[in-house]
Design a protein around this ligand. Sequence first.
Ligand SMILES: Cc1cc2nc3c(=O)[nH]c(=O)nc-3n(C[C@H](O)[C@H](O)[C@H](O)COP(=O)(O)OP(=O)(O)OC[C@H]3O[C@@H](n4cnc5c(N)ncnc54)[C@H](O)[C@@H]3O)c2cc1C
Length: 557
Amino acid sequence: MTERTYEADAVVVGAGLAGLVATAELTSAGRRVLLLDQEPEASLGGQAFWSLGGLFLVDSPEQRRWGVKDSLELAWQDWEGTAAFDRAEDHWPERWARAYVEFAAVEKRAWLHAQGVRWLPNPGWAERGGYGAIGHGNSVPRFHLTWGTGPGVLAPFLRRLAEARSRGLVTVGARHRVDELVRASDGSVTGVRGAVLQGSRAARGQASSRTEVGEFSAQGRAVLVSSGGIGGNLEAVRAAWPERLGSPPARLICGVPAHVDGRMIAITERAGGSVIGRDRMWHYVEGIHNWSPIWPDHGIRILPAPSSLWLDATGKRLPVPLFPGFDTLGTLAHIGRSGHDHTWFVLTRKIIEREFALSGSEQNPDITGKSIRAVLRERVGSGIPAPVEAFMRQGADFAVATDLPALVGKMNAITQGQPELELAQVEREVVARDRELANPYTKDLQVTAIHGARRYLADRLSRVAVPHRLLDPDAGPLIAVRLSILTRKTLGGLETDLAGRVLSGGGEAIPGLWAAGEAAGFGGGGMHGYRSLEGTFLGGCLFSGRTAGRAMAAAVG
Ligand SMILES: Cc1cc2nc3c(=O)[nH]c(=O)nc-3n(C[C@H](O)[C@H](O)[C@H](O)COP(=O)(O)OP(=O)(O)OC[C@H]3O[C@@H](n4cnc5c(N)ncnc54)[C@H](O)[C@@H]3O)c2cc1C
């Protein structure tokens, strides 16, 4: 096989958001970059392209316009309660977390705004927690949807890449898969080696062939690993599954493209890099099978608002505070101990019209396409948003019926009775919940949470349905959705110091080696600790990619 050789000031492994941000910072400082990715150029941008573009911002003008009182102190209180750092190895993750929350409160919005990024006017309230003030969750709405979704977040960095390419500062090596980090006798990393993969016409996000047609080696004084997490490798996810989340699900669906294979993390570990927090991961419990899949086992996450009734596989309501959108991993742990991999949302047409958003740029063509008219029609007007309606018609997980016996019959048809749901059990939960709606106050904490959410005007106008009985015929038909566990984010990763330098097991920085984005646990090896406040992954890539890019530019200058 022929070997291609390259030389640059810096070699960036992975052209997702983190790698692109680092490349932009390096080239802005005049450095020459070799940007490598195993996928075809059609997939530039990695996962961020598919993302919803939700960003965690603190005390933003968008929040203030709705009267939301947020602050660095409140956000840090929420982050600490959510991350629950409790290990000696959390030293760098916790310092990264603090630096990131300060970035989100001070500089993040202005930096992105200056590069042309804009947001929807109504911040969403993700991961509401439901415990005490120092427990898990966001005290206030902080999830800012980018105008243009994931592609809108990527746009400035792709633009900067194109400019740097035209100035001859960047070489893009698509279909270049790195298999090894090259180390000198003094232990420093001096480059990478790998395989050139067969040219591929795979469309963005589709799995591409792994046939090798050549070899390459590349030298650089700084190497960045920005290769993403492990969520596309379901076996690796199961192998890392911690006991506290119950048994690993036999049936998982996949929320990320196949290139999120985690291979490069293991390669970096073999070169001496320390990997921490392997057991920390962020998967969703509201996954549905994509009726029009792009990658293998493709699942979509429903971003729920608080009104759906959440039942386990046997028809029992999930315990307090496991309401839709409150505590993702608490719910995952509950499901893991239940003996079944799926749960159910039971809701009405009125709830689905207001409360179902689907994660992903392609599921939100109105925002991705930046059409104000379409956004007003889909989100503020009445009716079921078109992408949700497509799932209702064609998705394998949806049952629709005008009465409860017919609905339960259809639910049993979806699971082929594994396990058989008893009508009497489902009816008992639905009727009891409906009785709690007769007064404006109630002992039912989910109903209290619905009333609470509607006190935030943006939720009241566009995200939370007027409270009503599920069996109210005017709200119907009834809908049930089978929910599966959907893999997504890797919270642990390569341990890095505050400059993004990869540390060895002994805690020393490995000369010449940096890491950023999901491969580095979004900073430090796991700045989220055990859990996330949401919208913090793209932000973690922006911050860690920027930090590493600037530090590398200084190091090779
Ligand atoms: C559907 C969806 C919705 C999401 N929504 C949100 C959201 O609203 N808010 C939020 O904060 N986050 C969201 N996320 C998460 C976020 O998009 C990702 O965590 C983030 O984009 C990861 O970026 P990255 O650069 O670290 O890695 P990636 O995007 O995974 O990019 C890594 C790149 O490295 C390449 N690579 C890997 N190994 C090698 C190798 N050995 N050699 C060469 N190349 C290699 C891969 O091909 C890939 O292109 C979402 C993700 C998805 C999939």
